[in-house]
Design a protein. Structure first.
Length: 450
């Protein structure tokens, strides 16, 4: 067997080679079709092989693909920054372009800390976050993340930033009942701030909907308005990690728009370029930039490919396509159809504990006992089994953690925004078969072996 040179997620696992993609389907070297039921990593929001985006790539490549940000700017970069500000809550944002969501959240952290330095308050240098969260894999972003499994290997190198309880209504960490909690999970932020000391805290970061660390966990109504009020009360900046939720995914252009909240900083990625190029961004409100503009006049961050015109032109084309085809409202409408279909599926499958999400960012959490919400033992690998079974049947879904300790089982279903009703029904049909087959494997004797 010919040796391999690419470091893949699992080194001894065989990965099929993809030849091409079209719409919501990917096709491997044997011609097998896969429904991209999770947009890769909740990224390929427009699907694959969109000619308008390909044309924009070629048009820009015929002009210039790269300039270095300390030497030049470009029309696509300037236009994209203006467009993002026009779309974002409050419309008064500056943009720092980077290459990935991890870089975007880490840049947001750096800018928040620099904001306070330039205001003469260098002691405000901590960024706190929630215990169920994922903000990226670079060390700064991982320090802000409460994803237990992804932190574990690097604990000695990480800051202990995640301290706030998650808004996890299915398994409320505070033991409260839904609708009768008075948003105690939001008030836990105030408790954490008082314990640490507001004079030490630069910012609080949160995903509008918790993604990989919990599986499309939607906070209760009013949660983010309370969070923003607490941040303002204690003079702390609020960073919204919109890497997964941003750019139409949840049925709004940004996840924060569901709560009518204007974050001080936002991190974007994934859907911003729809997978057609590596591109991400940190959006920064005018008032956050003001002391820097009056002070050093320079953000201490930078990347070789930041704001390159090729990626900027592609991202502009993505935003144009979303507007032209009304994909924000499409995500809301299609998400409602898919959520109802998944909930009907759950009625007949007892290992499905919860179906949740918003727009086309949905998830299923699996449990060993639906009544007690007891998660499966980690050694059973229920998430991996379901993902692999679905993969063999030609359906891609995305892994997520579940349960408070991050060792439960969940999957994310987040197909491209252009998916049809017929394709959604096909997706649900394959998923139903996969879950039932894995459930049949989980016999009492199997459970006892773990």
């Amino acid at each position: 067997m010919k040796r391999e040179h690419v470091i893949k997620p699992v080194l001894d696992h065989h990965y099929p080679t993809i030849q091409y993609g079209k719409g919501v389907y990917l096709y491997d070297e044997l011609g097998k079709a896969y429904i991209d039921g999770c947009s890769g990593a909740v990224t390929a929001g427009l699907g694959h092989g969109v000619q308008e985006i390909i044309d924009a790539m070629m048009e820009q490549a015929n002009k210039v693909s790269f300039v270095y940000r300390s030497q030049f700017t470009s029309e696509p970069a300037e236009q994209l920054a203006e467009k993002l500000s026009d779309l974002a809550p409050g419309n008064d944002y500056w943009t720092f372009f980077v290459n990935s969501g991890s870089e975007a959240t880490e840049t947001a952290m750096k800018i928040a800390i620099q904001h306070w330095q330039e205001k003469g308050r260098p002691g405000k240098n901590k960024v706190i976050s929630r215990r169920m969260s994922y903000h990226g894999i670079t060390l700064g972003a991982l320090s802000m993340s409460g994803h237990v499994l992804r932190r574990r290997r690097f604990i000695p190198l990480l800051e202990d930033f995640p301290v706030v309880m998650p808004p996890y209504c299915y398994r409320c960490p505070l033991g409260k009942a839904v609708g009768n909690c008075q948003l105690a999970c939001a008030d836990d932020l105030a408790t954490a701030i008082k314990r640490i000391g507001a004079e030490h805290i630069a910012a609080f970061i949160a995903e509008p909907i918790i993604g990989a660390a919990g599986g499309a966990i939607v906070p209760p109504e009013g949660y983010y308005k309370r969070i923003k009020a607490i941040c303002e009360q204690f003079d702390i900046l609020f960073i919204a990690d919109e890497v997964m939720t941003g750019i139409a995914r949840t049925g709004a252009m940004f996840g924060m728009q569901h709560d009518e909240v204007e974050p001080d900083l936002m991190a974007l990625g994934k859907g911003m370029s729809a997978g057609y190029t590596p591109m991400a961004a940190t959006l920064v409100k005018d008032h956050v930039m003001e002391p820097i503009l009056k002070g050093t006049k320079s953000i201490m961050s930078g990347h070789t490919y930041s704001a390159n015109p090729q990626s900027a032109a592609i991202s502009l084309a993505v935003l144009t396509y979303i507007d032209k085809h009304q994909l924000v409202s499409a995500a809301a409408n299609k998400g409602s159809h898919l959520l109802n279909a998944l909930r009907l599926l759950a009625d007949g499958i007892e290992i499905i504990g919860d179906v949740r999400g918003k727009g086309l960012l949905l998830a299923i959490e699996f449990v060993a006992d639906r009544t007690t919400k007891q998660p499966f033992a980690p050694g059973l690998g229920v998430t991996s089994r379901i993902i692999e079974n679905a993969f063999q049947k030609g359906l891609l879904v995305y892994p997520a953690a579940g349960a408070i300790d991050g060792e439960g089982d969940a999957i994310i279903i987040a197909p491209p925004l252009i998916i049809s009703e017929e394709e959604m029904d096909q997706l649900v049909g394959i998923l139903a078969e996969s879950i039932r087959e894995v459930m049949a494997e989980l016999t009492p004797s199997t459970l006892e072996e773990i």
